[in-house]
Design a protein around this ligand. Structure first.
Ligand SMILES: Nc1ncnc2c1ncn2[C@@H]1O[C@H](COP(=O)(O)OP(=O)(O)OP(=O)(O)O)[C@@H](O)[C@H]1O
Ligand SMILES: [Mg+2]
Length: 164
């Protein structure tokens, strides 16, 4: 049965096919790349440098985007891989470009079928995955986003979170 609220009202869900549909708003790949650059430039991340590279992983061509801005923790990684959550505010007079909470999803899914996000902040390292191939392989009827995060608790001790 579909997920419901405590009052029995059905929750809206998101089909994995939506990942492709949503990406078709980018009529050419450069607007998709621009979404990723905008995110790094926005005041919450405030990256000073941005690197774009192309590599081959297990015979598959793979684009990589890396910035040296502020990283994510488990909760913000979950928001990044979800839809419509954007709470950017102006900082030091810099207005954010992002407002819709959709650019990463539409942009990354325009460039590839699968995205793996690695992030490191002061105390947390996390990896999240938005993957059409994975969702097809497991026959998912909703979008699920596996996230693994390591949080430093005190010296040499880490907590490992596994959310799927
Ligand atoms: N390079 C990055 N480093 C750290 N956090 C990021 C990065 N890219 C995205 N995020 C986080 O993921 C969230 C989702 O990004 P997304 O581009 O989907 O939405 P947005 O930028 O808030 O709005 P818009 O749809 O208008 O671009 C951002 O709000 C930000 O918190
Ligand atoms: Mg954005």
């Amino acid at each position: 049965m579909a997920a419901q609220t405590d009052h029995g009202v059905p929750l809206s869900t998101l089909s994995p096919k939506f990942l492709h549909s949503n990406s078709t708003s980018h009529t050419w790949p450069f607007s998709a790349i621009a979404e990723l650059i905008d995110n790094a430039y926005d005041p919450d991340v405030s990256a000073k440098q941005f690197w774009i590279d192309k590599t081959v992983v297990k015979g598959k061509e793979c684009l990589s985007f890396m910035d040296n801005g502020n990283g994510l923790d488990h909760e913000t990684m979950h928001k990044m891989l979800s839809f419509g959550y954007s709470d950017k505010i102006a900082m030091n007079g810099q207005e954010p470009i992002g407002i819709y909470g959709n650019g990463f999803k539409s942009g990354s899914m325009r460039l590839g079928k699968d995205a793996v996000v690695f992030s490191k902040s002061k105390r947390t390292s996390c990896v999240g995955m938005l993957s059409q191939t994975y969702l097809e392989m497991i026959g998912a009827n909703q979008i699920i986003v596996p996230i693994v995060s390591f949080e430093e608790r005190n010296t040499n001790k880490y907590i490992l979170y596994l959310i799927q």
